[in-house]
Design a protein around this ligand. Structure first.
Ligand code: NAD
Ligand code: ZN
Length: 347
């Protein structure tokens, strides 16, 4: 079968012929419906090195945002209907630690010694005709379209979890949320905030077309540049923002987050650009909280799937064939996409 393989650190992935995998005990083989290209993949193949924590050593098939149909059951797997459509919960933890037993395999305490971080991050992922996944990582989609669903596994799961983290800051009425970075994750964050909170949504991006998309979803946008923080504060009636979601995480965006967060506000850094910010008694609003987050729990993904089936999350998707997958990554890196790139291997 054909697959998009991450062969070496700091090297662009390669489309090549590989063996079709055989499901091990407890696994199922999925016929891939769609596999999303996430900006984290770009960091993995451009910036990461062998010293990076968590087991993501090449070579492996990319694709940590996958949906597909059950093709074959591995030994010992029962109760999964062949042909049924599922989302893949990516993280593969030890299954036994304090985090894993709560379905939070994204925070597995044994990540350092696990054989792989996740499906598509250290073990073969969904950018291929077929992928093997542990049966316990399947989240059923029912009759919902599995192609447009692929981004749910990360581009919706991660902002969903982030919004839940900031829920207490956003409840109570008259609250404001700020979304920084309106790409794959940010556009879905706007939808999740709309569905789950009554907060007014302010949004910003470097790209005018990304801001137009967010406006169409009900956000008020404020372009970057001189006076941006002041303009955002004005929109909050001077209170400051109650919850900031930074889907970039670079120095200027975390600084913007700090400068606009209000008393008791929550700042959630999702983007992995590694920017730092000075956060102390004098620089941060009283009782404001600064946190990072990584992916979400499998319970969160079940809820995300329910929101998709209810029409509350509608990912913007541009589909690519497997042959076009390298082009999808090229355009993602160049900032030329205005929807999540989803690779559809069986067109
Ligand atoms: P994307 O490329 O689809 O979108 C990024 C958006 O940010 C683009 O629209 C871009 O124009 C905008 N942007 C870039 N710099 C900006 C700036 N200085 N100010 C305002 N906007 C800016 O990326 P994505 O797939 O949505 O991922 C977003 C980030 O989240 C990446 O850093 C990715 O690695 C990270 N990520 C984190 C997690 C997690 O669990 N924490 C999970 C998935 C992705
Ligand atoms: Zn664990």
């Amino acid at each position: 079968m054909r697959a998009v393989v991450f062969e070496q650190f700091q090297q662009f992935p390669v489309l090549k012929e590989v063996e079709r995998p055989v499901p091990a005990a407890g696994e199922v083989l999925l016929r891939v419906a769609g596999a999303g290209a996430c900006h984290s993949d770009v960091s993995v193949y451009r910036e990461f090195t062998a010293e990076h924590p968590g087991n993501i050593q090449p070579s492996f098939v990319l694709g940590h945002e996958t949906a597909g149909w059950v093709e074959e059951l591995g030994p010992g797997v029962t109760g999964v209907e062949p042909g049924s459509a599922h989302l893949v919960y990516g993280p593969t933890g030890c299954g036994r630690c304090r985090q894993c037993v709560q379905g939070r395999e994204n925070y597995c305490e044994n990540a350092a010694t696990n054989p792989a971080l996740a499906i598509g991050l250290g073990r073969d992922g969904g950018m291929a005709e077929y992928v093997c996944v542990p049966a316990r990582n399947l989240v059923p989609l029912g009759e919902a379209d599995p192609v447009a669903a692929a981004p749910l596994a990360d581009a919706a799961l991660t902002p969903y979890h982030a919004v839940r983290l900031a829920e207490s800051s956003l409840s109570g009425g008259g609250k404001t949320a700020l979304v920084i970075g309106l790409g794959g994750l940010g556009q879905i964050a706007v939808q999740i905030l709309t569905a789950l909170t009554g907060a007014a949504i302010i949004a910003t991006d470097l790209k005018p077309e990304a801001m137009e998309q967010a406006e169409a979803r009900g956000a008020v946008t404020v372009p970057g540049g001189e006076g941006q923080a002041e303009r955002i504060r004005e929109l909050t009636g001077g209170h400051g923002v109650d919850a900031v979601f930074d889907f970039v995480g670079a120095a200027p965006t975390v600084e913007l987050a700090r400068s606009v967060a209000g008393i008791g506000g929550t700042v959630v850094i999702v983007g992995i650009a590694g920017g730092t910010v000075e956060w102390n008694f004098y620089t941060a609003a009283y009782e404001s909280a600064l946190m990072s987050t990584y992916w979400g729990s499998i319970a969160d993904l079940h809820e995300v799937a329910a929101m998709y089936r209810a029409g509350q999350i509608v990912p913007d998707v541009e589909t690519f064939t497997l042959d076009e997958a390298p082009e999808a990554y090229r355009r993602l890196e160049a900032g030329e996409l205005s929807a999540r790139a989803v690779v559809v291997p069986h067109g």
